[in-house]
Design a protein around this ligand. Sequence first.
Ligand code: HEC
Ligand code: HEC
Ligand code: HEC
Ligand code: HEC
Ligand code: HEC
Ligand code: HEC
Length: 503
Amino acid sequence: MKSFRFPSLIYNKVSVAGGFLALFTVLTMFFFLFVQAGSGGTNPYLGILVYMILPPFLFAGIVLVPIGMLRQWKLAKELGEERRPKWPYIDFNKPTHRNAFILFLAGGIVYACLSTVGAYKTFHHTESVAFCGETCHEVMKPERVAYSNSAHARVPCTACHVGEGANWYARSKLSGAYQVYATALNKYPRPIPTPIKNLRPAQETCEQCHWPDKFFGAQQRQFHHYMYDEDNSHWRTNLLIKTGGGDPKTGQTSGIHWHMNIGVEVEYIARDAKRQDIPWVRVSDRRTGRVTVYQDEESPLTKEEIAAATPRVMDCMDCHNRPSHQFRSPDFFVDRAILTGQISQELPSIKRITVEAVAREYETEEIALRAIARTIVDYYKQNYPDQFSGWRVDIDQAIVAAQYQYTQNIFPEMKVRWGDYVDNIGHFIYPGCMRCHEGKHISEDGWVLTRDCKSCHSILAQGSDDNIQLASTPEGLEFAHPEDIGEEWRETGCYECHTGVQP
Ligand code: HEC
Ligand code: HEC
Ligand code: HEC
Ligand code: HEC
Ligand code: HEC
Ligand code: HEC
């Protein structure tokens, strides 16, 4: 062993400590990599530890070795040790120097390999759904759960939130670093505010997968509702929605997707952060050069307000703002549970009582789940004491379904409820299209943004199970409201009465 020695300079406290720190870190990293491989490899915390927390320690350890040597060398010079040369040097004739060099070279190669793999893994890891959705599990739980129930459940979070390119990667990691701090210190707002102020423009995210020039034509959609009466009466609407779209070169730039900046640019100014109050809209037609400004006739902006504001260019997210995180209203999710047979339509007033139970505000999910069960059981015990035991199986099944839907859509710990996250598609429980199309936005020439029911969709069929009307012309049927509210629906928006619970 006598021949295996290092330059004497290395034998100082700092260098030795650095060496041990590096060695210890490498061993720890290998240990956790081993654990991770054994556990199937998806634990987000292990990933953070191995790829983000440990590498700086390894680096510090390695840097400490030469720092220690340099200090030692200076010290020796000050003490006037004559034999020290003026500058440090490497002499391969000395076995100590050879050993140190070989060790450094080997270590350097291993470190370079590790850090390349590490950088790649770090990049990959911080882009994964596990990192985004599970690391901060409490904070991100509502978004993650809704995401897993959406059409985009297999699209990584970062495809919409970060997108391609180093610039946005760095920007997202910077704001991410703040978010980690906010989470660690429990400083984040509940609910998490929406919309996201600096979301990457849709051209660079959504349009990487969805071709904006695609012409959709019209899309048929069925809407099912159950009423709040004793029979839970079924009411259905079959709509042909004029999605449209297309490419100006091949014609067909019509329908709803006309807004998607194909041949025009639509800009707007909103008064509120959630972009629900839109008093000013401007359309610029790129081909004809026509520019039209529409103003809300009831509460227009002043000249100063317009001058001070920066208009937002309308893109996919102004209509599809919840493509991946829809927090459904009790009215919607109870309807869906009845439609799919999870809740029996035969139980009298089950729609009303279930919506009441799930819509109440609770402290925690645990309290909510118990209260939902109690409310439903108590209702049938008190009102139907004779039938109660005969219905028990259906009642229990309804409770399980109501509880499950609750956990997928309402998150009391994060104060997430449907009303805080408006969905801008349609106009049933949120203003949506009616933010501009409620019939009050008028241009200087007297053009009105259409509120005509038939300009956006045709009603192909509507009615209850025993009385369904079918359209006999392409224009479709005149709207019929299930409950007699006279002509009220012509003037009042659906969302002014329908708010996600019993109207
Ligand atoms: C299909 C695209 C898409 C995917 C995939 C996606 N998001 Fe989102 N996310 C959005 C949009 C759009 C918004 C709302 C932006 C707005 O209105 O400004 C949003 C909003 C959010 C918000 C802000 C709060 C809120 O609910 O509005 C959080 C937090 C969030 N997403 C987390 C995630 C996480 C975590 C994942 C992966 C599990 C994910 N997102 C996947 C598109 C997406
Ligand atoms: C990585 C590719 C990808 C990205 C990015 C993406 N989508 Fe999608 N999107 C899909 C796929 C695939 C489907 C079809 C899923 C299915 O039908 O099961 C889909 C379906 C949809 C649908 C119809 C399904 C529904 O919800 O009823 C809409 C609307 C939509 N996307 C809008 C958006 C918007 C808005 C964005 C940007 C915020 C976006 N997408 C980003 C791949 C993507
Ligand atoms: C003036 C208030 C008001 C307006 C405006 C209104 N509704 Fe209703 N709506 C009601 C009431 C009240 C009921 C009866 C609730 C029940 O017993 O189901 C109802 C019931 C319904 C139902 C049966 C299922 C359910 O959720 O109760 C549907 C579907 C419906 N309305 C659709 C619409 C649509 C679409 C519009 C807009 C075009 C609209 N309503 C506008 C008050 C209104
Ligand atoms: C003016 C509002 C609006 C804008 C802007 C808009 N869409 Fe749509 N989009 C709709 C409506 C309404 C539908 C019909 C389906 C529905 O009601 O959910 C639709 C349908 C779709 C569908 C088919 C959904 C299905 O059920 O198969 C896709 C995909 C889609 N949009 C993607 C996009 C993308 C990508 C953008 C941005 C380039 C965009 N949309 C911009 C309103 C809009
Ligand atoms: C920010 C305001 C705004 C919102 C929100 C909005 N629109 Fe529009 N919409 C416009 C403007 C502006 C026009 C065009 C008026 C013109 O041609 O001068 C228009 C025109 C249309 C047209 C007629 C297109 C044609 O072929 O000429 C349809 C259909 C339409 N919108 C559907 C919708 C639907 C559906 C939604 C909701 C998903 C919606 N819009 C939301 C501003 C808006
Ligand atoms: C600016 C375009 C636009 C106008 C004007 C419009 N709608 Fe709609 N409506 C939509 C869109 C888009 C949806 C689909 C929403 C979705 O995909 O969830 C919708 C959905 C509906 C539904 C089904 C809602 C549900 O959840 O059951 C009914 C019913 C309806 N509209 C009736 C009307 C009536 C009645 C009028 C006239 C007073 C009208 N709409 C005017 C765009 C419009």
